[in-house]
Design a protein around this ligand. Sequence first.
Ligand code: ADP
Ligand code: MG
Length: 693
Amino acid sequence: MRPSILYPLFCEIEALKGVGARYAKLIKNLCGEKIIDILFHLPYNITDRTATPPLIAAKDGKIWTGIVTITEHQPPATRKHPYRIYCTDGTSELVLVFFKAYPDSLKKNYPVGEKRAVSGKVEYFNGSWQMSHPDYVTFPEKLSEIARIEPVYPLTAGVTNKMLIKLGQEAWQRIPQLPEWLAPESLSDLEYISFQDALKRLHNPKNIADLSPSSTARRRLAYDEILSNQLALAFTRQKFKQKHGREFKGTGELSQKILSNLPFALTSAQETALKEIAADQQAPYKMLRLLQGDVGSGKTVVALLSMLKVIEDGAQAALMAPTEILAKQHFETITSLCQKQNINIGLLTGKMKAKEKREVYEKLASGEIKIIIGTHALFTESVIFKDLGYIVIDEQHRFGVNQRLALSAKGEKCDVLVMTATPIPRSLLLTAYGDMDYSKINELPKGRKPAQTVIMNTNKMPDIINALKKKLAEGTRAYWVCPLVEESEKSDLAAATERYEMLQKQFGAFVGLIHGKMKEVEKDAVMEEFKQGKKTLLVATTVIEVGVNVPEATIMIIEHAERFGLAQLHQLRGRIKRGNEAGSCLLLYSYPLSAVAKERLNIMKQTEDGFYIAEKDLELRGGGELLGTRQSGFTEFKLAVMPYHQDLLLKARDDAANIIKTDFLLETPRGKALKNLLYLFEQNEAVKTYLAG
Ligand code: ADP
Ligand code: MG
């Protein structure tokens, strides 16, 4: 239950003055449902109305605030013309200009001969100052109420800044006196500003610096938010660790044989990862581990060897891939690696015939199948395992965090290994995967040649095609990836089809097309032809992004590379580093290219280090919106902005670990205050599961 002290902040926004049903809907869409959401909807800029010089000294194009005497009204000659009101402050003339105005209300608000305080942008025009549609007009004695600094909020159609200012003011005044949840050390680091004061300051900024991510107020709130996130993750992790798992030691019988039959030696990074996994497998708790390894670093064999441990001890293992193509590919790889070992390996995908599926279900239930490889179909209700002991999830970024949790529910005592080829920046690792242990394969197998990356304008198309002709004639295979068009699959497809037809004219029957809308069998057929070399140029939408393995393909052409994320480009480029041939990657762009886009493409050219690319990607995204409160889709933080608050993240992680160690059930006074923090940032799930039992 949410502590009652927080009720005022979790009222619906209708509780605020002046929020009728019509506005409520707009504001809820913009900020959120609750008063706390208004508080967390922070201004990104200020309007300075403090300049009140005599008009003669006003600055062109700036806000001017002051008292004027109204001298004359000039109604418009026609409806197209503006209504003008002439005023003066004794030093200069000011013309107030109104378009489409109601004369009656203007006459009432600006009676000739009286004084009014006005504020708005002034421009020098035709020998006098003009102010069109003043932001404020009021009685002279109220000048001080408008001559101040105002926050500027992110808006939406139908919601004015004035209204958000009003709501922000009301909202911060409703914050109850909350007991401090930060430890004295953190407070001193954060300059002793309280949660309440931080919000008050942000809704009443004195200057633009108050709103920057590095301001005292922003840092306090960012720390609060990050701490709540780290605490929730620490709880989840603790819960997991407390669960009893199985202790798989393995006899080594199968794994030794397979290891000695490998056509290569494991890299030392692969060995380290295997050791770390083995330690978890042997331990009495459930394993939840993330295995990060760049594209081509050899995760599959690591997954297989760790699965064999479980098989040796008599249990079953499952490997889940995000797509049918990948599931089949894993099935083939693993089957061939396990040749002669008499291990029953099964494949299960959603598109299989009902009869085939039923057969697999039976063999899983009887325990005949030891290793099952498949897609999401593996975790439908019909699938019952005799004794599932281990789940490996490949290419995790296609699965959400929730799926991860649902999955581990399937095997009550299962160990879980999540593999990802998308290097994850450190900050994201701590915030989104902070409940997991992790291993990293930071080394590629020996003998891999770097891929050469070239950036080129699309208008060089004829040259590109000529060069490609030569290469394909020499027996190379190439991918041609078509751009993302406004995230719509339909237009993606149109672009790919168009390119396919154009290339067909050049290369005839050697061109294949693969995209997400094709039937599984069709995709398989094209992929197979490409693997066998019947097709040598494969035009694709991003369906090939993940994991597809064709060692002969060494050329990757990406159109509109500027529209892809760096991580995605890195993934795509990884496709051509499967074999021992050096690959070349051609990044095509069209004008206009922004400075950031240029920098991003240059990073791709400079390095192949996926971890470096991931950090840079985050940096460039974060840096692009200095004062933005939200990071583009990366994490769900409202107040913290990741590259800026990374130092806080590291502190919060230690802080959370310490809290869990010393105040396990949040029973101390600080612990109780921390419960408020968790609820404020809606970590309700964590509180529920953790504090309930
Ligand atoms: P990824 O980590 O991208 O999933 P894979 O597991 O598909 O990479 O491995 C890529 C290729 O590298 C495969 O063809 C695999 O057989 C090969 N490979 C894996 N480990 C090694 C190694 N230690 N030495 C040489 N080749 C290896
Ligand atoms: Mg892989």
